[in-house]
Design a protein around this ligand. Structure first.
Ligand SMILES: Cc1ncc(COP(=O)(O)O)c(C=O)c1O
Length: 382
């Protein structure tokens, strides 16, 4: 049987990872400033993470959500403490798209309405309700509903209020920082304005922190720079450091009823152990502070490079804009400098999403690899 060929891939086969490094089957080492698409939060193969999952697997790997699983409450408590949302509620799922699917559903259940406001260039996932609020018609199929979604420009509070005042909107959904679009940071006044408008018109404010959360922006969640509290927050990626786990943090105003939401695998013993290990390491190694410090250092160094026209983002979720298509530069970084970086929907923007425990030497290696590559005129095609 062949694989269904939907992913363009590089001819590299990593067989081992440690910290911010990957090693391929020939023994060549790579610096990881992509984190497997913002997933690796505490670094590859962290010993505490391995031990915790291994120990659990020897006892019990999985049972359904019909029995007592104290690891779920332990995770909810730790997450509440570290994220600053102890009074909220947790629903565990397996991926980002599943978190979005459930967040939109919950907002619709709670308000009895159907309309959703999303923003231009947004990416929220590929399943049905999630892809309908993703601003990319190419990945939407006829079976994915979309006529209830209104895409508006970021920063336009007047347009948001005009739609909300029609009174058929159940939720407003926005990324903490737009990732795939090329690292677009919503302004603090815009996020505060959305919070106020959602309260005024009784719409649910959903913050998609799947890529921008979990310490990456130098706070637990990116929206915390605006000091607002959304009604629902979605998480995945960094939450399990590669183990598939996602979740929704839900305001106490939502009342659960049995059967309202559900999933077979969500919140399994192994997933909870992975997620707990991530939080424990984040706390013990002060990784949110490291993300803030190293992110600032990195941004400072990058802004001194002539060919870089703009450095965007917060903490270790950075976008660097050039005035040329970066495809060749990215290939060169990977194949010659042995550094993984991320692309984005905008070909002039590269994304940097390293593990949160990146250190001075690794940041310096990225900066010198990039500086060296930019001396190669052939890569700077305008
Ligand atoms: C902001 C955001 N939301 C949702 C998703 C979907 O997550 P998943 O691929 O785990 O379904 C992604 C994935 O890149 C994302 O970046």
């Amino acid at each position: 049987m062949n694989l269904f060929d939907v992913y363009p891939i590089y001819d590299i086969e990593p067989v081992k990872g440690y910290g911010c490094r990957l090693v391929d089957k020939e023994g060549v080492e790579y610096l990881d400033f992509y984190g497997g698409h913002a997933v690796i939060s505490i670094g590859h193969s962290h010993p505490h993470y391995i031990n915790r999952i291994e120990k659990q697997l020897r006892n019990l790997g999985f049972y359904s959500n019909s029995i007592i699983n104290p690891l779920q409450s332990k995770l909810a408590q730790k997450l509440g403490e570290l994220s600053g949302y102890p009074e909220y509620q947790l629903f565990l799922v397996n991926s980002g798209a599943e978190a979005i699917e459930n967040a939109l559903k919950l907002a619709s259940f709670a308000t009895g309405k159907k309309g959703v406001i999303a923003f231009n260039q947004a990416f929220h996932g590929r399943t049905s309700a999630a892809v309908a609020v993703t601003d990319n018609p190419k990945i939407r199929a006829a079976v994915n509903p979309g006529d209830h979604v209104c895409f508006l420009p970021m920063e336009d509070l007047k347009a948001v209020e005009a739609v909300l005042s029609e009174n058929n909107t159940c939720s407003v959904i926005i990324e903490g920082i737009q990732g795939i679009a090329g690292i677009n940071v919503a302004s603090v006044p815009f996020l505060k304005g959305l919070r106020d408008l959602c309260s005024k018109y009784r719409a649910v404010l959903i913050l998609d922190e799947i890529q921008s959360g979990y310490g990456r922006p130098g706070k637990f969640f990116a929206h915390q720079y605006a000091e607002i509290k959304p009604d629902i927050i979605t998480m995945a990626k960094g939450m399990g450091n590669g183990f598939p786990v996602g979740g929704l943090i839900i305001s106490p105003e939502f009342e659960a009823r049995h059967g309202m939401l559900g999933t077979t695998f969500g919140g399994s013993h192994l997933a909870c152990c992975a997620a707990l290990a991530v939080l424990e390491v984040m706390e013990q190694e002060d990784l949110i502070e490291n993300a803030r410090i190293q992110g600032n250092r990195l941004a400072e160094h990058l802004s001194c490079i002539d060919q870089i026209k703009e450095v965007k983002g917060r903490g270790l979720m950075l976008g660097i804009r050039f005035d040329f298509d970066t495809k060749k530069l990215r290939q060169h970084l990977l194949l010659e400098e042995k550094i993984f970086v991320g692309s984005s929907g905008d070909p002039t923007i590269l994304r940097l999403l390293p593990p949160l425990n990146v250190n001075d030497g690794e940041v310096d290696q990225l900066v010198s690899g990039l500086t060296k590559s930019l001396k190669n005129e052939e890569l700077l095609i305008h």
